[in-house]
Design a protein around this ligand. Structure first.
Ligand SMILES: Cc1cc2nc3c(=O)[nH]c(=O)nc-3n(C[C@H](O)[C@H](O)[C@H](O)COP(=O)(O)OP(=O)(O)OC[C@H]3O[C@@H](n4cnc5c(N)ncnc54)[C@H](O)[C@@H]3O)c2cc1C
Ligand code: FES
Length: 256
């Protein structure tokens, strides 16, 4: 990592909450009073609240900076409890981000993984490519961004585990069919590790390149502390070098 990257990763800047979108019962999108014009889809920021803590969040949009946060624990709860005009301190953009390959792109999101993919879908649109988006969640109530993506004219397929919206089952079941019908040049995904590993297998069977965005416990966010190292068995399974750091070498793993 060069000094410039390390320095940028260390600088915290205060942003104010300018607006809040309620995506579902536990997930809010915070629109912040600032922009990260150089941010790429798939990159993340470290967001810090005094006396609460700091956690990584994917960039949902860069102008204005938007973060989509699901309330699961102390930091995320404090983040979704912020009100308009409250302050949050941001470091970033950090990590590598997605690289669009070819012209036909299959985007797959599980849970709040839909947020960075919505950002990526805008990039595809800007570059004049074609995108098919597949989203999965446990129930209809857990889905996010479906209506917004539809309003933006994105081609969308949905799976829920209980069948309350779209196809009943896992999003990975939709993806096999989507690959065969859409014949994408590359697959891009963000979501739970189990979903990413299933997608890695599917893509390997079909010799389709994949870009998979992983999560891990992070502390420094810039490749210094080692807390986000991907377990060795996962590195082996994915063909990544041992000691792969989610914050610095990823979060997006380029497979195939
Ligand atoms: C690169 C990267 C990008 C991320 N992007 C986002 C994002 O865009 N939006 C977002 O909300 N979070 C995102 N996260 C996760 C986020 O950084 C925190 O881990 C999460 O908010 C939980 O932190 P916490 O302090 O609130 O709770 P913790 O104390 O860390 O976790 C509380 C409990 O919830 C569990 N848990 C953690 N995540 C989930 C989950 N998704 N669903 C259910 N249970 C969970 C934990 O295992 C633990 O048992 C990202 C993480 C990484 C590494
Ligand atoms: S979070 Fe410190 S090395 Fe990745």
């Amino acid at each position: 990592m060069n000094e410039k990257h390390r320095f940028q990763g260390g600088v915290m800047r205060p942003f104010r909450v300018a607006n809040i979108l309620h995506e579902n019962e536990s997930t809010h999108t915070l629109l912040l009073s600032g922009r990260l014009p150089k941010a790429k889809a798939g990159q993340f920021v470290m967001a810090w609240l005094p006396e609460v803590g700091e956690k990584p969040f994917s960039i949902h949009a860069k102008i204005p900076l938007a973060l989509t946060i699901c309330d699961v624990g102390p930091v995320s709860h404090a983040m979704v409890s912020l009100q308009v005009q409250d302050r949050v301190w941001i470091r970033g953009p950090l990590g590598n981000g997605f690289e669009l390959k070819g012209s036909k792109h299959l985007l797959v999101g599980g849970g709040y993984g839909a947020a960075p993919l919505s950002f990526l879908a805008q990039e595809v649109f800007r570059q004049g490519g074609q995108a098919l988006v597949c989203l999965g969640a446990k129930t209809k109530a857990d889905l996010i961004l479906v209506e917004r993506l539809k309003r933006q004219g994105r081609e969308l397929r949905v799976a829920t585990e209980d069948g309350s919206e779209g196809r009943q089952g896992l999003v990975t079941e939709l993806v096999g069919e989507a690959i065969d019908a859409f014949q994408p040049d590359c697959l891009y995904a963000c979501g739970p590790t189990g979903m990413l590993l299933a997608l890695a297998d599917l893509c390997k069977q079909r010799s389709l390149p994949a870009q998979l965005s992983f999560e891990a416990l992070m502390r420094c966010g810039v490749g210094l502390c080692g807390s986000c190292e991907l377990p060795e068995d996962l590195c082996l399974q994915l063909g990544l070098p041992g000691g792969w750091l989610v914050c610095h070498d990823g979060p997006v793993a380029m497979i195939g």
